[in-house]
Design a protein around this ligand. Structure first.
Ligand SMILES: NC(=O)c1ccc[n+]([C@@H]2O[C@H](COP(=O)([O-])OP(=O)(O)OC[C@H]3O[C@@H](n4cnc5c(N)ncnc54)[C@H](OP(=O)(O)O)[C@@H]3O)[C@@H](O)[C@H]2O)c1
Length: 301
């Protein structure tokens, strides 16, 4: 169901950066957080698609405080430009943008594997560059996936050409993003900052509430898709665990949140279990060094 925009401004005064905020789960995070009074920075690679999202949010949340940050996570130059364009305190960064491709040869502007480069390395570089802007109690949320469980990470071969299943490589990229968040949690121990993971379950466009110019699934497709509703959910509902991870007081650093229903495909947010591999410092430490080398990013802390 399409929930009405919240009138409860519990996030007034908070600023939240969301990558990939012009579509899907990122859009719903942006609309819902704006409805709660947050100032939302939409990190998007297309000015046109970002404007469509801004218009859709303003249509639902008049007076929403929004700002578009030009940001292509597949380009280290664009990431540096996006980070430099932010000059305000950040209360949370939601690392949501994600790409899937079946083409092993697909590369970022810097020649990195497209999925690893965008989904993980781009976010590593971004968080490294905006870290000085993070509030003392700021939060980083990595949007992971159930697919992390089907992937094995080799930090020494992060951006190496891959063969076989594209889903497996996608899973590796999400596992890497999650392992980064858990490593960040360890590095921030003793501070009030938190680094957490969340996943949206199985969230599809045809079950998602309509938004002008953004989500306009034809009626017959929606009717057919409705049959799947007992098992999967719309991206509006898929955003719930991510929003919970970014804003709720019961979240602690190192948490992982996802949908609470069957197989974690749908349902209200609850704490879920990540693989031992992504939680382990044995993965996180070499992954961090590899990401530093591949992106030329050094974290200030
Ligand atoms: N949907 C699911 O069931 C599901 C399950 C598990 C995890 N996830 C994760 O949840 C996140 C959002 O998924 P979604 O289903 O909402 O996907 P989506 O509808 O395809 O939206 C992806 C968003 O990421 C942006 N993006 C892609 N590449 C980018 C780049 N190089 N620079 C900046 N932005 C970029 C897209 O922007 P453009 O419009 O410019 O392409 C779009 O805004 C992803 O990280 C995905 O891995 C989704």
């Amino acid at each position: 169901m399409d929930a009405p925009a919240s009138q409860h401004h519990d996030l007034a005064g908070r600023t939240i950066l969301i990558t990939g905020a012009n579509a899907g789960i990122g859009y719903w995070c942006a609309e819902r957080l704006a409805a709660r009074g947050a100032r939302v920075l939409l990190g998007c690679r297309s000015a046109e698609r970002a404007q469509t999202a801004v218009d859709a949010i303003l249509g639902r949340v008049p007076g929403a405080v929004l700002r578009v940050i030009p940001l292509d996570l597949g380009s280290l130059e664009s990431i540096a430009g996006g980070a430099a364009a932010i000059d305000e305190r950040l209360d949370a960064v939601i690392c949501n943008a994600g790409v899937k491709t079946a083409r092993p040869e697909a590369r970022t502007a810097d020649g990195l594997d497209l999925m690893m480069g965008t989904n993980f390395l781009g976010h590593f570089a971004l968080v490294g560059q905006v870290e000085p802007l993070l509030a003392d109690d700021g939060r980083v949320v990595a949007v992971g996936s159930l697919a992390h469980r089907f992937a094995q990470l080799d930090p020494a071969r992060l951006s190496a050409p891959w063969r076989g299943s594209a889903l497996r490589q996608y899973g590796r990229s999400k596992a890497a993003l999650m392992a980064f968040a858990f490593e960040l949690d360890r590095r921030w121990a003793g501070s009030a900052r938190s680094a957490v993971c969340a996943h949206p379950g199985y969230a599809v466009d045809p079950l998602t509430a309509q938004r002008e110019g953004l989500i306009t699934t034809p009626g017959p497709v929606r009717a057919l898709a409705a049959l799947a509703r007992p098992v999967v959910q719309g991206k509006d509902d898929g955003a719930a665990p991510v929003i919970h991870a970014a804003t709720s007081a019961d979240v602690v650093s190192g948490d992982y949140w996802g949908p609470g229903g069957l197989l974690e495909f749908r349902g209200a947010p609850k704490r879920v279990t990540a693989s031992d591999e992504v939680r382990s410092a044995r993965t996180g430490v070499p992954l961090w060094s590899a990401a530093e080398a591949l992106t030329g990013t050094r974290f200030p802390t």
